[in-house]
Design a binder for this molecule. Structure first.
Ligand SMILES: [Zn+2]
Length: 98
């Protein structure tokens, strides 16, 4: 599979999760580019950046990273509280991951 196709799949996965989590209105931009120390980041303005190395990772790991960032967009406080972690796990298990 070409990298362009994999990139399109990754972006489609993000939108699917954004709808499931209810943050599709908050998500404004998706960027895929090399990142040095992170798999992804998201700003409160709705700019999601994904490490292009995610294209080489298994689907399950990609989903974990995507859901993590989108739950940040839902809660908007940038914290990794117990509630944050529970919510991430709940979304993943609801859709058969984790
Ligand atoms: Zn985080």
């Amino acid at each position: 599979m070409s990298e362009d196709v994999m990139r399109d799949i990754l972006i489609a996965e993000v939108w699917t999760w954004a709808r499931r989590i209810g943050v599709e209105d908050r998500l404004k931009e998706i960027h895929v580019r090399p990142m040095k120390r992170k798999w992804a980041s998201v700003s409160t303005r709705g700019r999601l950046t994904l490490n292009s190395d995610l294209l080489k990772q298994p689907a399950r790991f990609r989903h974990e990273v995507i859901v993590h960032e989108l739950v940040h967009l839902k809660l908007m406080d940038g914290k990794h509280t117990k509630f944050f972690n529970l919510l991430v796990k709940a979304y993943l298990s609801k859709y058969g991951i984790g």
